[in-house]
Design a protein around this ligand. Structure first.
Ligand code: ZN
Length: 441
């Protein structure tokens, strides 16, 4: 009897100890979970040099980490934070962090928003990232929104980037002629005061004025237009052969054959009428690795046209034809007869590629005369003008290449010769000879 009473007592004590241990452990676990959350928050706050704002809400706590002392706590941020608070559990906390990434352009910093939520449930701490996204870039000194003027040195650079964004947009999805025209009319980076862009170490992202279209351009494509950047031009005894007025199914393939045999890369400026007639020849030129620019649709004397008509010759009909054949927008323009005017140059966004060595093949129509003329006027960094529709040029080309090679020349394409930083409103006559298009022509 006495023995069983003692056993009961022991059992009871055992039970009490067990319950106490279980409850204690539970409390301990809960405590550790809360501590862990607090540790994460305190570490984040301590590592921070900006402005820390803590707000208590009915259901939890919001901690804002803002990059500059003067950064305003916007309504949009507050709204995001409230929405991100965990609905269940205890010790509900949201950490809203606006951080600045590495600056791509000196003085401009890209801001990033990260929203993390923390809560303790079933004695465990939980963590989840709700948002991690790029915000608009800001001026490092003031924290104010950066404008296009903060990232490019002049309006020509803005136009070049604006056009590159359109190129990226149409390269992504196949366009119809109608939608292509719409893209070319899009208002993307429309002024030096525009702020509708984001800038990371990999890409520039632009949203259009309506906020509906968004396009990302790889930084490698536009870096040369950003402030403080340069782009290397070809060095040494180089020369660029260019061929205008094609493609032509009879003569262009012969030119290609000669270039392939001599392992020479050249640049072709094609007209829209030729492209429409001989798209396969045009694609063979591209396939062989040559550079292709445009020479307008119908080869008019551009200064005689109204800016609208000139724009249609370059941007409208020609861009549509080029896009149809190559699936992308052109990047180089050779104006017919080398003739431009200020209103025309303002109406389109392509750099004009002129020449410094005129073979006069269209005039002499004589292989020996072409060779003699190129040899006599060749110069390092020069651009040679020829026409791939001239039978005399087909005949002269092997000797022209041989003569130039004998003089120690290496052959490059136009953009290799001039470097990547080619600007609208400018004309390029050769390496180191860049001129603005002015009212005088
Ligand atoms: Zn021409």
């Amino acid at each position: 009897m006495k023995q069983s009473k003692r056993r009961m007592q022991t059992l009871l004590i055992g039970c009490v100890v067990f319950v106490a241990v279980v409850v204690g452990l539970g409390w301990h676990q809960q405590h550790v979970a809360v501590q862990r959350v607090e540790q994460v928050l305190s570490r984040a706050k301590h590592a921070y040099h900006g402005r820390v704002v803590t707000e208590k809400t009915a259901t939890g706590q919001v901690v804002y980490l803002l990059p500059h002392k003067g950064t305003a706590l916007t309504r949009a941020l507050r709204h995001r934070a409230q929405a991100a608070l965990p609905k269940q559990g205890q010790h509900r906390v949201v950490l809203v962090q606006v951080s600045t990434g590495a600056s791509v352009v000196s003085g401009v910093q890209q801001q990033r928003l990260t929203v993390n939520r923390y809560w303790v449930k079933a004695r465990h701490d939980h963590q989840q990232t709700v948002t991690a996204q790029s915000l608009r870039p800001v001026r490092a000194a003031t924290g104010q929104a950066a404008t296009v003027a903060d990232i490019v040195s002049d309006d020509y650079g803005r136009r070049a980037i604006n056009y590159a964004a359109k190129q990226a947009l149409v390269a992504k999805h196949r366009q119809t002629p109608a939608s292509l025209a719409q893209v070319l009319d899009l208002r993307l980076l429309n002024s030096m005061t525009a702020t509708n862009f984001r800038l990371s170490s990999r890409q520039l992202t632009v949203t259009d004025a309506t906020g509906k279209a968004e396009v990302s351009v790889p930084l490698a494509r536009i870096q040369m237009y950003l402030k403080g950047q340069t782009s290397p031009v070809a060095s040494g005894k180089v020369i660029a052969l260019t061929f205008d007025d094609g493609p032509n199914s009879a003569t262009t393939p012969q030119i290609l054959k000669t270039l392939a045999a001599a392992k020479v890369q050249a640049t072709f400026f094609m007209v829209g009428t030729g492209l429409t007639k001989y798209p396969d020849t045009a694609r063979a030129v591209a396939h062989a690795g040559h550079e292709i620019g445009i020479h307008t649709y119908d080869h008019p004397y551009l200064p005689k046209l109204t800016p609208a008509a000139a724009k249609d010759e370059i941007y409208g009909k020609m861009a549509a034809t080029y896009y149809q054949v190559f699936g992308q927008l052109p990047t180089l323009l050779r104006p017919p007869f080398g003739a431009l005017s200020l209103p025309v140059a303002q109406a389109e966004d392509l750099p004009a590629i002129q020449w410094s060595i005129d073979s006069q093949d269209w005039r002499s129509r004589n292989a020996a005369a072409i060779c003699q003329r190129v040899q006599a006027t060749a110069e390092p960094g020069g651009i040679v003008l020829m026409h791939d529709i001239q039978p005399a040029t087909v005949q002269a080309l092997p000797s022209v290449i041989q003569l130039l090679k004998a003089q120690g020349y290496q052959f490059v394409t136009v953009s290799q010769l001039l470097g990547g930083r080619l600007l609208p409103g400018h004309q390029y006559f050769g390496r180191g000879d860049e001129r603005l298009v002015t009212a005088a022509g």
